[in-house]
Design a protein around this ligand. Structure first.
Ligand code: ADE
Ligand code: ZN
Length: 315
């Protein structure tokens, strides 16, 4: 049996609606609704958004209720419990400490410590294997990202790798060259969101400038056959997220997604959730509903699972 794996899951994009309500109550934060069904449309995607930045607007309330490092630790712990409920064997959870800290100006290092502690407690209790990936949120700019990196490196031993997320079109990889050099020197492996909100060149930059050995999304490689060949030959892992890509209007429909082409050309492409809470999905949804609509056969699904086991950092 190939293990059940999700390699691209933002723990800050996967906060239970019930938890948002409880944290708001405890932290005296006024939400636009006070019950799960009332709040759902405010914190999940119901129809496709015009682009990534609009999609990211759905993080407003989930981030607004994080008022202490302990709140961040709870979210991390519950992510491990949710991975267990989904019967995942292994999950790589990623998070941006600055993004989680921003609304209440928390100390980002305290957020990293609390998240790592929540993960450790969850692993002990639920027995799921977890890899933790730190994120630099490019939308905050290069200077803030140095501070975010410093907070992450304070707890270097808890991390398997570093990612670059946020507004890809507005904040290109070249702005973060030095950050990723420092991270690689510290022994971190690199993945980066690329080819989601910007073109194929952004994928090349993630590899050449940042040293990425995996790419989050990578959709726009579909426009560049030579790049697809390079990704296959270079053994670059591709973390595809089907529903997220429809919801951000990166692609117009599941049927238009290049995942099937990637698999048939020998790219190490995988199936992942991205932000399951925001997207209102599970990994099973992606395999059972989204992937077939993207034209994948059972053989493709098996290949995607084998690829995930091959490119996972913690297995
Ligand atoms: N942060 C959370 N989800 C993201 C995505 N799909 N792209 C970039 N940054 C993100
Ligand atoms: Zn992502």
């Amino acid at each position: 049996m190939i293990p059940k794996i999700d390699l691209h899951r933002h723990l800050d994009g996967n906060i239970r609606i019930q938890t948002i309500l409880e944290l708001a109550d405890r932290n005296a934060i006024v939400l636009p609704a006070n019950d799960v069904e009332g709040l759902r449309p405010h914190v999940t995607i119901t129809t496709p958004h015009p682009g990534l930045v609009s999609f990211l607007g759905k993080f407003r309330w989930p981030m607004a209720v994080l008022a202490t490092p302990e709140d961040c630790g709870r979210v991390a712990y519950e992510n491990v419990e949710d991975a267990k409920s989904e019967r995942l064997d292994y999950v790589e959870l990623r998070f941006s400490p600055w993004f989680m800290a921003a609304a209440h100006r928390l100390d980002p290092a305290a957020v990293v410590e609390a998240v790592a502690d929540g993960i450790a407690r969850g692993v002990k209790e639920f027995g799921v294997q977890v890899g933790l990936i730190g994120i630099l949120s490019r939308t905050f700019g290069a200077a803030v990202c140095f501070q975010e990196l410093e907070a992450l490196l304070t707890f270097r031993e808890t991390l398997s790798g570093l990612d670059l997320a946020g507004d890809e079109a507005g904040f290109p990889a070249r702005m973060f060259k030095r950050h990723f050099q420092i991270a690689r020197d510290a022994g971190l492996r690199i993945t980066a969101h690329a080819g989601e909100a910007a073109g194929a060149e952004s994928i090349r930059d993630a590899i050449k400038i940042l040293g990425a050995t995996r790419i989050g999304h990578g959709v726009r490689a579909m426009d560049d056959p030579a790049l697809m060949d390079e990704l296959a030959e270079g053994g670059i892992g591709i973390e595809c997220c089907l529903t997220s890509n429809v919801q951000t209007s990166t692609i117009p429909s599941y049927a238009a997604h290049p995942l099937r082409v990637f698999l048939e050309r020998g790219l190490l492409a995988t199936i992942n959730t991205d932000d399951p809470g925001i997207s209102n999905i599970t990994l099973d949804h992606e395999f059972e509903i989204a992937a077939p609509q993207a034209g994948l056969t059972p053989a493709h699904l098996t290949q995607a699972k084998a690829n995930a086991a091959q490119i996972a950092w913690g297995l």
